[in-house]
Design a protein around this ligand. Structure first.
Ligand code: CAA
Length: 257
């Protein structure tokens, strides 16, 4: 499949997706969405692929939803088409996706990064929800995911003032898992993704599903959900193989069964 606004590359079991609209700082328009939908669905369905990395350019992961595309829209268009609803593809993908963020991750860019399973940030990364400066609000889940990631005080300040948060502050606040030098970002993300892709596939899906459940359930429900999924792992061939491999001091040989 050929795309115009994204680049898709397979590096072993890792799918590397690069946003590629440099003239608009990777602003997210309908074409980017429809191409990403195709790429992410293909990734999720491909048994040779275990983890994806979503990245942008050195200057911008993505500077937001495309303001020029939204400018002339009215309520009936936005509500009628449930504008932005398609972006939750990143939350429905069952295999993990790492956002590798360098430069600006603003508005929809920050929101897409937060929909991924975790964010690795370059030391140049800048996160923000500047929609208020356009007299609107976040629309792809930013107010909800940012508040859950960094707490009410920082989320509220960022949404109300539109100020950007640098990489170090983002790491301190828990928005990103690690900060790495910009020049090493993509290689580090691909290496991290390869580590995940080398794990037993069902255990990867189960771990992702249970961590995400922490944001949707009470503690007691989440803990019960975790325990049931843990029990379910004992119905897999890879659990027998993984524990045998540990005892026999050799690497596991996964079948995904
Ligand atoms: N939509 C459309 N085009 C955009 C864009 C966006 N979000 N962000 C940047 N661009 C375009 C600019 O219009 C410019 O195009 P032209 O050369 O044709 O004028 C090009 O990208 C380069 O941008 P700048 O010249 O502005 O670059 P800069 O280095 O001076 O500034 C920036 C960088 C601070 C990120 C600035 O571009 C900016 O503020 N962008 C908008 C950020 C924003 O408001 N994002 C939120 C969008 S709304 C949203 O995302 C809603 C939601 O909840 C999903």
């Amino acid at each position: 499949m050929s795309y115009e606004t994204i680049l898709v590359e397979q590096r072993g079991a890792v799918t590397l997706v690069t946003l590629n609209r440099p003239q608009a700082l990777n602003a997210l328009n309908s074409q980017v969405l429809s191409e990403l939908l195709g790429a992410m669905r293909a990734f999720d369905a491909d048994p040779s692929q275990g983890c994806a990395v979503l990245t942008g350019s050195e200057k911008a992961f993505a500077a937001g939803a495309d303001i020029k595309e939204m400018q002339a829209q009215g309520f009936a268009d936005m509500y009628g088409h449930d504008f932005f609803a398609g972006w939750d593809v990143f939350t429905r993908t069952r295999k993990p996706i790492i956002a590798a963020v360098s430069g600006f991750a603003l508005g929809g860019g920050c929101e897409v990064a937060m929909m991924c399973d975790f964010i690795l940030a370059a030391d140049t990364a800048k996160f923000g929800q500047p929609e208020i400066k356009l007299a609107v609000t976040p629309g792809m889940g930013g107010s909800q995911r940012l508040a859950r990631a960094v707490g009410k005080a920082k989320a509220m300040e960022m949404c109300l003032t539109g100020r950007m948060m640098g990489a170090e502050e983002a790491e301190r606040a828990g928005l990103v898992s690690r900060v790495v030098p910009a020049a090493e970002l993509v290689e580090d993300a691909v290496k991290t993704a390869a580590t995940i892709a080398s794990m037993a596939p069902l255990a990867v899906k189960a771990n992702k599903e249970m961590v995400n459940a922490a944001f949707e359930t009470t503690l007691a429900q989440g803990v019960a959900f975790e325990r049931r999924l843990f029990h379910a792992m004992f119905g897999t061939a890879d659990q027998s193989e993984g524990m045998a491999a540990f005892v026999e001091k050799r690497p596991g040989n996964w079948t995904g069964k």
